[in-house]
Design a binder for this molecule. Structure first.
Ligand code: DGJ
Length: 723
């Protein structure tokens, strides 16, 4: 709900939070409050309270550089606010100072549609506040979308050239919020290939904490997400704020603690070497940011984000639809396959209850290794005699669907495409390009390149019975330069706009094809990609211990249904570790499950285990798609990993635990379940436990003593004899 109070204050109320701001007497939009829900009338004393202490207000604009303390909704540059600005507007003479003041606002039902960018698909209600720069012809429209039934506030900014002279944006962040104090720890999700999204928390200190990617992707190294935790914040208690960008390219999120103790949190498209020119009438739309307040710890924040992403971002055609259970041939064969190697996997898949066979990298062009072929999306008949049709027919014979891997954004120098269009690769003549995985990146800032890829991929999809696409991206961008672009400061963002446009066109043209995102594992796991692809390959690390940690971190701000999780062979290809097939299955069941191994080489016992896993997964698939996640034992902090999923109606739940190392005479470990209905009675499958939700959540359950990487899965079902 959005209320514009009599005194001019804007009061935004989501399900359990309130966000308030107001226009002070001098026309500056000041932040007033963000936190637990309070009534509009209760807020009145805050309006003017903060400004009288700090900011220029009474007495018009006769002020003395006091903006440095003004809690602002959009920081301006070179005019008395020495904190990091949110926008920098550089005119042709180099002047860049600005002073943004309120002009008008409007409130409407729904959410803004951001053409070309991923965005919240529905409102809510939206408040759009227009600020005007006193020193240039720029206006900044700040959009705020709230939902009565969700705890996420969606923000972005649109900068418009309302004059005649062009100017260049040197920075155009999506949001800025100035909180009155800095007494927070900041949690970021960082890591590297095969170890993505480890939660790392540190205190906020004076100065700027900047989380950023300059890689042209949101990256393996740092996710476009941060959480700000109060000292009392734990997994299920205390306060925290989350910020998440709906963006997949180079980004920045900053937290600036100032001398007065206040904290400016902001972020958006990375401003390093950024420059976006706006001619008369043109505008720049920044990506959306999803802000979240939780008074129930990081666990509640994660559930808020999961609800928001499922309800408002992920494609409604697929978000709650049963996901295909795939077998993917990558770790079974790598590049070395032909029909004879694939057919036994397909034949076995059908017997085990798998429903889709996904043919990974290596099916096209001259692709016998990672040194060649990217860009040539025509089948390699030397490997696949009879073309894709033969493989698809084999699948169909067994009632299996067929999926195919693409890496649309890339080009190998050893490819027909490169030989025909060397200038389509990103780079500058005379500068030796860095290669990543022996490949170059296509220049998706160019519409002719995007058109070509669209046509080439469409041709394969239109002429073959393909129901699933895995869209990979195996290297980051380096020499960010387009031979066709006049203004290279626009390159990084224009590249992302090209990716989004290609994804939009392909998912629209092929509505029956299910798209999975991937980026050398989890290098582009973000809300921007989730807008187009309902699930993303979480990591190339499929070791059931390492994966449990990666999935734990990823769940901080993404729903488990967005995580693609496969059982792979042991010894594991990434770690060399051997973990039982049961534990591998248990961890892979906490997401969109699948298999990534040569099924035909499994023992009979393993095959039976897989068959049983697929059967059990059927019974918990709805919980994965729609349930609430509770994290119970942190694998980064102890010898156990344990999480549970609870149905919204609290009639069912699913608990998965993994003990990391066997310890002789180990201490007793009791877990208290969470999220159940205290008054309902639950039976736990596979045990003789029948108990009330209250007992399970207060007295808890003693965990079984298991060996190294041993696991358990419990299905809880409400039984009828409750009150
Ligand atoms: C990286 C992906 O994460 C893998 O699953 C596989 O598809 C390879 N790329 C193929 O090159």
């Amino acid at each position: 709900m959005i209320t514009v109070a009599d005194n001019g204050a804007f009061c935004l109320q989501g399900k359990d939070y309130t966000y308030a701001m107001y226009v002070n007497d001098s026309g500056f939009l000041q932040h007033a409050y963000y936190g637990k829900k309070i009534e509009v009338a209760d807020l009145e004393y805050l309006i003017g309270h903060i400004c009288s202490k700090f900011a220029p207000t009474k007495g018009g604009l006769n002020y003395d550089m006091q903006f440095d303390n003004m809690p602002s909704e959009c920081g301006f540059y070179a005019h008395g606010d020495y904190r990091e600005p949110s926008v920098i507007i550089e005119r042709s003479d180099g002047a860049a100072m600005s002073r943004l003041r309120y002009v008008s606002h409007k409130v409407y039902g729904g959410a803004p549609t951001l053409a070309g960018l991923p965005h919240a698909r529905k409102g809510g209600d939206t408040l759009a506040v227009t600020l005007k720069d006193d020193f240039s012809d720029a206006t900044v429209i700040l959009n705020y979308t709230v939902y009565d039934d969700l705890n996420v506030l969606v923000r972005n900014a649109q900068i418009v050239n309302v004059g005649k002279e062009e100017f260049t944006l040197k920075k155009a962040f999506s949001f800025c919020v100035d909180l009155p104090d800095s007494e927070f720890d900041i949690m970021r999700l960082c890591g590297r290939w095969a170890a993505e999204r480890t939660p790392v928390t540190s205190p906020i200190k004076y100065g700027i904490t900047r989380l950023q990617s300059l890689r042209g992707s949101s990256s393996h190294k740092i996710n476009p997400f941060a959480a700000f935790l109060r000292a009392n914040c734990a997994e299920e208690s205390g306060e925290c704020y989350g910020v998440q960008l709906m963006y997949s390219g180079s980004f920045a999120l900053t937290a600036e603690s100032s001398a007065d103790g206040s904290l400016r949190i902001q972020g958006g498209v990375n401003d390093t070497a950024f420059g976006w020119t706006l001619r008369a009438g043109e505008s720049f739309t920044s990506p959306q940011a999803a802000l979240c307040y939780s008074d129930g710890g990081t666990g509640k924040m994660s559930r808020h984000y999961a609800d928001f992403l499922r309800e408002c971002v992920i494609d409604p055609r697929y978000v709650y639809k049963k996901r295909p259970i795939v077998v993917n041939n990558w770790e079974a064969t790598y590049f070395d396959f032909d029909n004879e190697k694939l057919f036994p996997i397909i034949d076995e898949a059908a017997k085990l209850g798998i429903d889709t066979f996904v043919l990974d990298d290596g099916w096209f062009g001259k692709r016998d290794s990672d040194t060649s072929g990217l860009g040539d999306w025509t089948v390699n008949e030397k490997k696949l005699k009879g073309g894709l049709k033969t493989v698809i027919d084999r699948c169909k014979k067994h009632g299996l669907k067929f999926g195919l891997w693409f890496e649309p954004e890339m080009i190998s120098e050893d490819s027909d495409l490169y030989r025909a269009h060397p200038d389509w690769a990103i780079g500058k003549d005379g500068v030796q390009p860095c290669r990543g995985r022996n490949q170059l990146v296509l220049d998706l800032t160019r519409s002719d390149v995007v058109d070509h890829i669209f046509a080439a991929v469409s041709d394969v999809l239109a002429n073959n019975d393909i129901s699933y696409v895995k869209w990979d991206f195996n290297r980051d961008l380096t020499e960010m330069f387009s031979r066709k672009l006049d203004r290279q400061g626009e390159f990084a963002h224009r590249y992302m706009l090209g990716v989004y446009s290609l994804a939009e066109r392909l998912t629209t043209a092929f509505p029956d094809v299910f798209f999975e995102g991937c980026a050398g594992g989890g290098g582009r796991f973000d809300a921007g990609m989730l807008y187009y692809f309902p699930q993303i390959w979480t990591s190339d690390d499929t070791d059931a211990y390492e994966r449990a940690k990666i999935q734990w971190g990823t769940s901080m701000c993404y729903p488990v249904s967005a995580m693609s999780c496969h059982v792979s062979a042991c010894p594991n290809h990434q770690t060399g570790r051997t973990v039982s097939i049961d534990t591998r299955g248990a961890i892979a069941s906490l997401g969109a499950t699948g298999y990534e191994l040569d099924l035909s080489k499994m023992t009979d016992d393993e095959k039976s285990a897989v068959k049983a896993q697929i059967g059990r997964y059927g019974a918990i698939a709805e919980l994965v798609l729609k349930g609430d996640l509770y994290r119970l034992c942190d694998p980064f902090d102890g010898n156990w990993f344990c999480v549970m999923l609870v149905a919204k109606d609290k009639n069912q739940a699913y608990v998965v635990g993994e003990r990391i190392h066997a310890v002789p005479c180990d201490l007793i470990k009791t877990i208290k379940l969470a999220g159940l209905d205290a008054d309902k009675t639950y039976a736990i499958d596979g045990t003789d436990i029948v108990a009330s939700g209250r007992a399970l959540m207060t007295a808890g359950i003693v965990l079984p003593m298991l060996g190294d990487f041993g696991s358990f899965t419990w299905k809880l079902k409400q039984i009828e004899n409750d009150k």
